[in-house]
Design a protein around this ligand. Structure first.
Ligand code: MG
Length: 158
């Protein structure tokens, strides 16, 4: 069986936080606010995978009220999502994601993000596609108030 899932996430940009997207720490004056490292791309991918498996969402499995998850790397959360799916007999087919940010410029960092994500999901880098776009100054992403990400994922049963 093959199933598809979709994920969306957004986090607020604030001073005095590192900006971590796809497990890559980016040089930038602001970072994303959240209980974990607030890695918006990785969160969207986790939700796409959980959605594909019919396993609810990130908040259900990794609540932001859980003190053990404070400051956790979202790559670790992605590894746990992969383990959860794997235990249910799912393998990852492919993931396609879009990060929506006015700044910083993400393109130079995409290969490193892809490598991080692929390693967590135990797939080759060709199975992971990450894109970046601005919103031409429009909306909360365009005004630099936050960063958002969409993802879709295909999974196959073994
Ligand atoms: Mg999130």
């Amino acid at each position: 069986m093959t199933r598809i899932g979709h994920g969306f996430d957004a986090h607020r940009l604030v001073p005095d936080r590192p900006l971590i997207i796809g497990g890559v720490t980016l040089p930038f004056a602001h970072g994303l606010l959240g209980h974990s490292d607030a890695d918006v791309l990785t969160h969207a991918i986790c939700d796409a995978l959980l959605g594909a498996a019919g396993a609810g969402d990130l908040g259900r499995h990794f609540p932001d009220t859980d003190p053990s998850l404070a400051g956790i790397s979202s790559l670790e959360i992605l590894r746990r999502v992969h383990a959860l799916l794997s235990a249910d007999g799912w393998t990852v087919g492919n993931v396609d994601a879009t990060v929506i940010a006015q700044a910083p410029r993400l393109v130079p960092h995409i290969p490193a993000m892809v490598n991080n994500l692929a390693a967590c999901l135990k797939v080759g880098s060709a199975a992971i596609n990450v894109k970046a776009t601005t919103t031409e100054g429009l909306g909360f992403t365009g005004e630099g108030l936050g960063i958002a990400a969409h993802a879709v994922a295909l999974i196959h049963s073994r």
